[in-house]
Design a protein around this ligand. Sequence first.
Ligand code: FAD
Length: 459
Amino acid sequence: MTRIAIIGGGPGGYEAALVAAQLGAQVTVIEEDGPGGACVLTDCVPSKTLIATSVRKQALLDAASLGVHFTGGGDGEVGGVMVDMPLVNKRVKELAQAQSADIAARLRAEGVEVVRARGRLVDPQVVRAGDRTIRADVVIVATGATPRVLPGAEPDGERILNWRQLYDLPELPEHLVVVGSGVTGAEFAGAYRSLGSEVTLVSSRDRMMPNEDADAAEVLEEVYRRRGMNVMGRSRASSVRRTPDGVVVTLEDGRTAEGSHCLMTVGMVPNTSGLGLEEAGVGLDRNGFIEVDKVSRTSAPGVYAAGDCTGVLMLASVAAMQGRIAVWHALGEAVQPLRLATVAANIFTDPEIATVGVAQRQIEAGEIEANVVKLPLATNARAKMQGFNDGFVKLFCRPHTGIILGGVIVAPRASELILAVSVAVQQRLTVDQLAHTFAVYPSLSGSVTEAARRLMQPS
Ligand SMILES: Cc1cc2nc3c(=O)[nH]c(=O)nc-3n(C[C@H](O)[C@H](O)[C@H](O)COP(=O)(O)OP(=O)(O)OC[C@H]3O[C@@H](n4cnc5c(N)ncnc54)[C@H](O)[C@@H]3O)c2cc1C
């Protein structure tokens, strides 16, 4: 029986473990915090749980335009809606623990042994975990990543925070300054604004979410400003310090932004030091990420790596796929190399931004030839009925064949709507095929088929 040892129990690790157990391997997962990893305990799951509350609150604030008014209240908030932050944080933490327990139960049921310890490689076939020595034919490293700390802005867990510390706050921050306007910063900034905090978003670039679709980022920035957020572009933070009752963020050009709390979202560093990786022959890049090929092999024979510690694409779904691919490859199963061109991703802002396939900047840079159509949601009947008009559906297809190459959807629950475009990209469907697919009337997905119709060309 093949023995597989996995260091790290996040999606990269536990999904690999499940597939390996299914294929009859003897599997040990070494995890120092809890099954589900940072994804479940501190990052993805808690943030999306918090966002579920903020989206519900925003819907209540917006309900007046649909004729819904609140009576009573009197807490001074718009429409008498208030958020019980201790309860929200308690729910977030309990839900994360429950999800971790579900994963632990599933691993146990599949016969996977979970060792609660810090693991390190002794050599490519030996892992040391606490006082145990685990010998394995295959080792998978899936140790994830940790919030990057900006020197001069070290989190103290009280006023200067990373996102893992937010859920211990006793109350809603009065004024949250978010440093960093990538996906994580944008998600938290939007969520806390909807929950009721004053929010200042400090972005070092011209616009927020500089690596995402520019039209989508523009819609979000406009929505955020309308909701009263202070979005500071071209503002690079150089330090954050505490004042007697808050924080001051100093920018490189000398300006300052003051608030009650500061949330640092300035990226992640891989958890790859002190693991014995280099001694075991596992190559790292200059930022410390483990170098892997498309079937998750590292430079050390028998050692694979998956997830955020590889820096390939920091998404739970990608981590899980890298982990499964590692197992399939190691056990000699048929395996398709990782294809990033078909990865669907979502930014859980409100509205959401979902993407799959090629990006418009690749088309504009001349890397890919494609036709583009963008349909504003404001023209969609269902969107009108539901009272929102921020967002769009964008589709990209090959000019002659009409094969769908990708798309962007900005809408409430875009994460659910993108699946149709994902299927089209994965299956190499054409705009004609998508255009001939029935969508419900009235529905937001009607805009997806309508976008495909706009891209059809006369035969
Ligand atoms: C705020 C936030 C929100 C996110 N939201 C989403 C989202 O909505 N959708 C999405 O797809 N992705 C999201 N992500 C990204 C997603 O969380 C990561 O891509 C995912 O967690 C990566 O999984 P992983 O298995 O590589 O690592 P992790 O989930 O980080 O798990 C690694 C585990 O390894 C453990 N470990 C590390 N070193 C050792 C050691 N030496 N011994 C034993 N154990 C060790 C760690 O304790 C950790 O538990 C989000 C990330 C952040 C920061």
